[in-house]
Design a protein around this ligand. Structure first.
Ligand code: CMX
Length: 453
């Protein structure tokens, strides 16, 4: 069954569940909000529902209920590949069902059919100054496609016609836009890469390769089967990290105004481009290279590294790739790439440094008493793997993250429309209001709990 039909078949039951919760328990309190949370980035406040994925602080991400190892095990693969096709993951995220091989291949065929990129998108990318950051180009290229939004066009017609697009069908056109956008992402990302770092060529999409394989081929790695597999892995594990992270939350918020998938995903990419979020991807490799340079290009001893890291952390330096707003353990997306590296590039000097930092840094961060999660997140290793396979231009890494993340963002958007979520509009307070509130209360300071002995 295709994604559209699979969602349509599930929707009546989903709508019934949501409507029952709202009708019968609409006034039930889910949680409370503290002053610290209001000033502290609304951290941990449960204000959203997302059924696409869930991050358990101690276990990590589950995509539609499946852990990263399960996703890798259960999703269909192209012959000879170690990691699954993204077409199967897209099916899982969108349709909430593990696809058969044929269903995954159908998505891949649809992406191939829709992969052609209009000329003005290339013109848009070329029109920026040559040293523009690749994420700016990526976000702009997505916006340049907005003109073709089926949802925006149908919604505009609705305004002027009595038998226009019904609200219950909004999701269908968001799904059409999503599939069309995702189909073009390897072409857009690879063109940015080729324009900035290679020969500027536009490589055609190949029907005999899956989406991840196409991305690898389009950046000049078509002859490297292992890199193609790494690309598949990378493009799967970055796809979603529940609804509250900056990119997912932004795209969801923007789409709640009924902005289409292009407007919403471009906005999500602008959030991903921030150094505390997706840009940590590139910053982490830059940081590793600096550490290496500091030690004269050699692997430091454990003691020397500990002294160096302690000094950095005590000086208030932020170590990219470590810490997380939700996770309280090593990110399983780090672990799966760590295992890949142990298997295929154990002797790589950057990977050896990644490994040593992993052994030393958590204790150093924990000693500060303030870092809530001293363990590595996905960014602590991404760059080292890409660097090993010759994708050394680290300001491109966040674009790869973005290509993958849009698989998740679009699933959030389609389901938000399918379940009829309204425009988001939380309430803000002023500091005098909080002062007035606290004037009558006893002090209740936040107690910090140490995370590591
Ligand atoms: N190195 C040094 N200090 C760190 C740190 C790190 N890696 N992670 C957190 N801290 C510090 C914070 O700066 C904060 O210090 P102040 O109180 O002096 O401001 C303190 O520890 C408490 O922060 P926290 O509650 O543990 O972390 P947050 O939830 O506020 O932030 C995150 C989470 C990811 C932004 C933060 O850990 C960080 O900046 N890490 C480095 C950047 C990074 O790897 N980002 C990628 C995250 C994954 C993603 O979203 O893509």
């Amino acid at each position: 069954m295709n994604i559209h039909d699979r969602i349509a078949s599930q929707l009546p039951a989903w709508r019934e569940r949501v409507s029952r919760l709202r009708k019968e328990f609409g006034a039930l309190k889910v949680g409370e909000v503290t002053v610290e949370q209001i000033y502290g980035g609304i951290r941990g406040v449960q204000i959203q529902v997302s059924d696409i994925s869930y991050v358990d602080p101690l276990e990590g991400i589950r995509l539609r209920g499946y852990s990263i190892p399960e996703v890798i095990d259960y999703l269909p693969k192209v012959p000879g590949a170690e990691f699954p096709m993204a077409g199967g993951l897209y099916y899982l995220l969108m349709a909430d069902t593990l696809p058969t091989e044929e269903e995954a291949l159908e998505v891949e065929r649809e992406w191939c059919r829709l992969s052609e990129i209009p000329g003005h998108v290339y013109d848009t990318i070329r029109s920026f100054p040559a040293d523009t950051h690749p994420m700016t180009l990526f976000s702009a290229a997505i916006l340049a496609l907005q003109h073709y939004s089926e949802f925006a066009n149908r919604y505009a017609e609705r305004m002027y016609s009595d038998d226009g697009l019904p609200k219950a069908d909004f999701w269908k056109y968001n799904l059409i836009d999503s599939t069309s956008l995702v189909a073009k992402l390897p072409g857009i990302a690879s063109y940015i890469y080729n324009l900035k770092y290679r020969n500027g060529e536009i490589v055609p999409y190949r029907a005999d390769l899956d989406w991840g394989g196409n991305f690898a081929n389009m950046i000049g790695k078509g002859g490297d089967a292992r890199y193609q597999d790494l690309a598949r892995l990378f493009l799967i594990i970055h796809s979603d990290h529940e609804g509250g992270n900056v990119s997912a939350h932004t795209a969801h918020l923007v789409s709640s105004a009924l902005s289409d998938v292009y407007l919403s995903c471009s906005a999500g990419m602008n959030g991903l481009a921030g150094p505390l979020h997706g840009l940590a991807n590139q910053e982490c490799l830059r940081w590793l290279l600096n550490v290496r340079e500091h030690f004269g290009g050699n692997l430091p001893t454990r003691e020397d590294l500990r002294a160096y890291l302690s000094q950095q952390v005590n000086n208030g330096k932020l170590i990219p790739g470590y810490g997380h707003a939700v996770l309280r353990t090593t990110d399983p997306r780090f672990t799966v790439q760590f295992e890949f590296a142990k298997k295929y590039l154990a002797d790589d000097p950057i990977f050896q440094l990644v490994r040593l930092v992993y052994e030393v840094l958590p204790a150093v961060l924990a000693q500060t008493g303030k870092v809530k999660n001293p363990w590595p997140n996905v960014d602590a290793i991404n760059g080292a793997l890409q660097y090993h396979f010759g994708v050394t231009q680290f300001d491109f890494y966040t674009v790869m993250f973005g290509v993958s993340r849009i698989l998740g963002l679009t699933a959030h958007i389609v389901w938000a429309r399918a379940l009829g979520k309204p425009i988001e509009r939380p309430k803000s307070l002023t500091t005098p209001m909080l002062e007035e509130l606290t004037a009558k209360a006893q002090p209740v300071p936040v107690v910090r709990v140490p995370v590591l002995d």
